[in-house]
Design a protein around this ligand. Structure first.
Ligand code: GDP
Ligand code: IMO
Ligand code: MG
Length: 422
C-alpha cells in the first residue's frame, strides 16, 4: 500500500492530470485536496481527450474511487456539468464523493472575481474568473457556505439570504456593480438535491481506505509557485497546492503520506500575470509553445514559456519535501539545437540559489544558464530511459543532480503509454 501525493512543482499545468491518470491505473483512490474549477487537467485516454476541472483524474479508471476533499471550493453547476459530460462519454460516475466540509462557490463569488479584477486594471492578477479567490476569502472570513449546507434546503436558504444581503451591499457600494438577485437560491437548492448522493464525510472515508491499505493518490491542482503562502504572492491562487495543503485539504495527517511526487515540465510555463525569470521572448518560445500546445485548458489563454528553472525546482523540493520528480513534455524540446537550464539567479552581481520572497527582487534577477545540447530526433516513442538520446539522458541527469532527488517518471507524450518509469 502507499499514499502518494502529486504536486505541481512550477506555476501549474505541469501535466499533473497525465501523471495522476498514469499512476491511477494501480491506485484504488484518487483524492483532490484544493483549488476548484480554475484547474484544468487534461487526460488523454487512448486518444480520447478529457478536460477535468473538479473531478479527480482517477475517474477514467473503472473501480477507482474519486474524492473531492474539504479543501476544494466546489462550483455546483460546474461540477454537475462535468459529471454530465463524463456520463455522456459513457463513464460511470458513481465512484465520486464530495466532502461535506468543502466550500461552495456561489454566483456572487464569480461576480466579485470579475469586479475585483476589473477594478485593478493594470495590476490585475489575471485570474481564471471562476470565483476562486472570493470563495476562499469567505471561507477565511467565516461567511462561506459548505456542501453540508447546500444539501440541506432550509439551512441553505436561510444562510444564503443573510449572506447575500451583505454581498450585495459590497457589490453595489464598493464596486458599483449590479445587485445579485436571490433567484439563484432555488436553483442551487436543486443542484444540492442532485449532488446530495455524492456528499460524505470525506476525511473519515479516506482514513478508512488508508487503514485498509489501499493505494491512494492525492492530486494537487495549480502548483508550488501559485501557492498562497509560498508562491509569487500576490500573483498566486488562494489555496495551498503545496504538500501541506494535502493534509488540511483532506483531513489526514502528514504521517500517512509515503511519497510526494513533484510534476515539472522539461521547461516552464505560466498563465496570468507576475514575474517569470526564465521567460523566453524570442522565437524559441513560440517554437516550444506551438510544439507543446501551450494554451490554457480552462481559459484558452496562450501560456508564457520559459527555460527550466532549477532555482524553482529546488524550492519545490524543499517546500513540498519531494521524494521524486516527474518530468513531463520532454518530447516538446525535440529539434532544439541547444537548451538552457537556469541554475541560479544573479542579483546585482551576486548569485542567489534560493527563490526570493520579494517580487521586486524577482523582477530584476538575471537567470544564470547552463547551456546543454539538444537532440534532433523524435523521442515520443521511447519507453525506456536507455532509448532516449544521450543529450536527453544528460538533461535528466543534470536535473536530478541539481534538484537533489531522483527523476522517477519521464513523460514523452500526452498519452498514457508515452511514459518512462525509472
Ligand atoms: P495539469 O493542469 O497539470 O494537469 O496540466 P494541463 O492538462 O493543464 O496541461 C498539460 C498539457 O500537456 C495537456 O494538454 C497534456 O495532454 C499535455 N501533456 C502532458 N504530458 C505530456 C507530454 O509528456 N508530452 C506532451 N507533448 N504533452 C503532454
Ligand atoms: P492547474 O490545476 C495554471 C492561475 C491563474 C492566475 C492565478 C490566480 O490546471 O495547474 P485563480 O483563478 O486561481 O484565482 O487565478 O492562478 N491559475 C492557474 N494557472 N494552472 C492552473 O491550474 C491554474 N489555476 C489558477 O491563471 O494567474
Ligand atoms: Mg492545467
Amino acid at each position: 500500500m502507499s499514499v502518494r501525493c502529486i504536486i505541481g512543482a512550477q506555476w501549474g499545468d505541469e501535466g499533473k492530470g497525465k501523471i495522476t491518470d498514469y499512476l491511477a491505473e494501480r491506485s484504488e483512490v484518487v483524492a483532490r485536496y484544493q483549488g476548484g474549477s480554475n484547474a484544468g487537467h487534461t487526460v488523454d485516454k487512448d486518444g480520447e481527450v478529457f478536460k477535468l476541472h473538479l473531478v479527480p483524474s482517477g475517474i477514467l479508471y473503472e473501480g477507482c474511487m474519486n474524492i473531492i476533499g474539504n479543501g476544494v471550493v466546489v462550483d455546483p453547476p460546474e461540477l454537475l456539468k462535468e459529471i454530465d459530460g463524463l456520463k455522456a462519454k459513457g463513464l460511470a460516475v458513481e465512484n465520486l464523493r464530495v466532502s461535506d466540509r468543502a466550500q461552495v462557490v456561489m454566483p456572487y463569488h464569480r461576480i466579485l472575481d470579475m469586479l475585483i479584477e476589473g477594478n485593478h486594471k493594470g495590476s490585475e492578477i489575471g485570474t481564471t474568473l471562476r470565483g476562486i479567490g472570493p470563495a476562499y476569502t469567505d471561507k477565511a472570513a467565516r461567511c462561506g457556505v459548505r456542501m453540508s449546507e447546500l444539501v440541506n434546503e432550509d439551512v441553505f436558504r436561510a444562510r444564503t439570504e443573510a449572506i447575500l444581503k451583505e454581498k450585495n451591499e459590497i457589490i453595489k457600494k464598493v464596486y458599483n456593480g449590479d445587485k445579485v438577485s436571490s433567484s439563484f437560491i432555488e436553483e442551487y437548492i436543486e443542484y444540492g438535491r442532485r449532488l446530495k448522493p455524492y456528499v460524505v464525510d470525506a476525511s473519515a472515508l479516506l482514513y478508512e481506505y488508508i487503514r485498509e491499505g489501499k493505494d491512494v493518490l492525492l492530486e494537487g491542482a495549480q502548483g508550488t509557485l501559485l501557492d498562497i503562502d509560498h508562491g509569487t504572492y500576490p500573483y498566486v491562487t488562494s489555496s495551498n497546492p503545496t504538500a501541506g495543503g494535502a493534509c488540511t485539504g483532506l483531513g489526514i495527517g502528514p504521517t500517512l503520506i509515503d511519497e510526494v511526487i513533484g510534476v515539472a515540465k522539461a521547461y516552464t510555463t505560466r498563465v496570468g500575470k507576475g514575474p517569470f525569470p526564465t521567460e523566453i521572448k524570442s522565437e524559441v518560445g513560440s517554437y516550444i509553445r506551438d510544439r507543446g500546445y501551450e494554451y490554457g485548458t480552462t481559459t484558452g489563454r496562450p501560456r508564457r514559456v520559459g527555460w527550466l528553472d532549477l532555482v524553482i525546482l529546488r524550492y519545490a523540493v524543499r517546500i513540498n519535501g519531494l521524494t521524486s520528480i516527474a518530468i513531463t513534455k520532454l518530447d516538446t524540446l525535440d529539434g532544439l539545437e541547444g537548451i538552457n537550464v537556469c541554475t541560479a539567479y544573479d542579483v546585482d552581481g551576486e548569485a542567489i540559489y534560493d527563490f526570493p520572497a520579494d517580487l521586486d527582487v524577482l523582477e530584476k534577477v538575471k537567470p544564470e544558464y547552463h547551456a546543454m545540447s539538444g537532440w534532433d530526433i523524435d523521442i515520443s516513442g521511447a519507453r525506456r530511459f536507455d532509448e532516449l538520446p544521450k543529450e536527453a539522458r544528460e538533461y535528466i541527469e543534470f536535473i536530478e543532480d541539481n534538484a537533489g532527488v531522483p527523476v522517477s517518471i519521464i513523460s514523452v507524450g500526452p498519452e498514457r503509454h508515452q511514459t518512462i518509469i525509472r
